[in-house]
Design a protein around this ligand. Structure first.
Ligand code: PLP
Length: 430
């Protein structure tokens, strides 16, 4: 058995103790009481990894697990009932992106939407332009296509994390088929100049895909001024469940499907629809739109800014990664010199605060973040970086909790750090 990189430290310790002490004999409850793994207050500031399904969204999906269970392709009453739910959700998602409902293809999430967009457009001999800070759902799809005879250019970013549209212009070749540049970065929250990128793509008559998984529900999205042909979103990043997403496919864009089977989603995505998930995605889209109308994105930005400023006021040798660029309102990524991000995540988790070192599941990875190093951050600073990401459930008290914990945790970790040469460290290594 090993430590799963995505497992909270306390659970990993518990699993390890259970394995070495004999499963049945180990007093699980006693361990939980001693280490308070479930009863302590917990604050979750890792909403870019995933968000909780909000009660109203859960209510919207609940009937489709049981009493309203039909297959949306069936022609009887039960099937028509769920078909209507799928089409209602399609309208809601289309409103979120300001497109037409038939331009929405439901998928199993952001990864599938990205794969469908990229492998659906590019074939052997085609050239793709992407950026060096994309999510692995885009980067590894491009790598895979390189093995299949595509050429790929990975654009650099500047110190703020932004792609330069002039670099993009220069990278275009006669065989460039697709540009894929994300709308908002998952680690820093930095928003790319997608409208300028869209203009460059249109002038060159090249298809443009943008991964808007970390933008949807956080900032308003209108596919028309962006001028994109394809745009990916994922439900679990804005309070719908994991395992549902969508790809916007501009009318007239011909895509090679990923799967073969039934004629679902107008033959663009075979497979029986995930009706509860799709109903939830529709409800999440409606909730996001009404939250924009109430100005909740501005409240979120104010809470994020208070957290960021409060930490920086109390901690020296720390700074924001990407703080000079436009960002989604829920995210801040800070480096704290002389600490290891992984140790910080574990130390904070033991005190009840969930944050992250970067992309989910990169916890435990030894490599510094490809996003932060592409921004020119030194490897030690990239390793010392922590992402705080808020959700709609985040309260002012949650921010206070983080503000009380983070500075003291940084101070304690620095005392133990070899690079600060603290007395404790000198003693240990004497
Ligand atoms: N794209 C970005 C920018 C993401 O942050 C993520 C998930 O973290 C994905 C794609 C993949 O989405 P999903 O988890 O729905 O597969």
């Amino acid at each position: 058995m090993g430590f799963s990189p995505c497992e909270p430290f306390s659970l990993a310790v518990e699993r390890l103790l259970i394995s070495v002490t004999n499963m049945s004999a180990f007093p699980r409850a006693a361990f939980r009481a001693r280490y308070n793994t479930y009863s302590m207050p917990r604050v979750y500031l890792d909403n870019n990894a995933t968000t909780p399904v909000l009660p109203e969204i859960f209510e919207a999906m609940r009937p489709y697990f049981s009493e309203r269970f039909g297959n949306a392709s069936s022609i009887h009453h039960q099937g028509q009932d769920t078909r209507a739910a799928v089409e209602r959700a399609r309208e809601s998602v289309a409103k979120l992106l300001n497109c037409k409902p038939p331009e929405i293809v439901f998928t199993s999430g952001g990864t599938e939407a990205d794969n469908l967009a990229i492998t659906g457009m590019a074939a052997e001999g085609d050239h793709i332009i992407t950026s060096s800070i994309e999510h692995h759902a885009v980067l590894y799809t491009c790598k895979h296509l390189e093995e299949r005879g595509c050429e790929v250019t990975y654009l650099p970013v500047d110190g703020r994390g932004l792609v330069d549209p002039d670099d993009l212009k220069r990278a275009i070749r006669p065989n460039t088929k697709l540009i894929s540049v994300m709308m908002a970065n998952n680690e820093t929250g930095v928003i790319q100049p997608v409208e300028e990128i869209g203009k460059v793509a249109a002038e060159a008559d090249v298809y443009f895909h943008t991964d808007a998984v970390q933008a949807a529900g956080k900032v308003t999205i209108d596919v028309n001024p962006i001028g994109c042909d394809l745009l990916s979103i994922s439900g679990h990043k804005f309070h719908a469940p994991q395992g549902v997403g969508a790809l916007y496919v501009k009318k007239g864009t011909r895509l090679q499907p990923l799967f073969y089977g039934g004629r679902h989603e107008r033959s663009r995505r075979a497979g029986t629809e995930n009706v509860p998930g799709i109903a939830a995605l529709g409800a999440a889209a409606e909730l996001a739109l009404s939250a924009f109308e109430r100005g909740e994105d501005k409240n979120m930005a104010a809470m994020r800014d208070r957290l960021q400023a409060g930490i920086l006021a109390q901690v020296e040798d720390a700074a924001v990664n990407g703080g000079d660029a436009p960002r989604v309102p829920n995210t801040t990524n800070l480096y704290f010199d002389h600490i290891e991000g992984e140790s910080m995540v574990i130390a904070l988790d033991l005190k009840g605060l969930a944050v992250s070192t970067g992309a989910a599941c990169s916890s435990g990875a030894i490599e510094p973040s490809h996003v932060l190093t592409a921004m020119g951050l030194r490897a030690d600073r990239a390793r010392a970086s922590i992402r705080f990401s808020l959700g709609k459930q985040t309260t002012a008290e949650d921010v206070d909790f983080a503000l009380a914990l983070v500075p003291e945790t940084v101070a304690r970790l620095r005392e133990l750090s070899p690079s600060t040469g603290s007395p404790i460290h000198r003693k240990i290594h004497a």
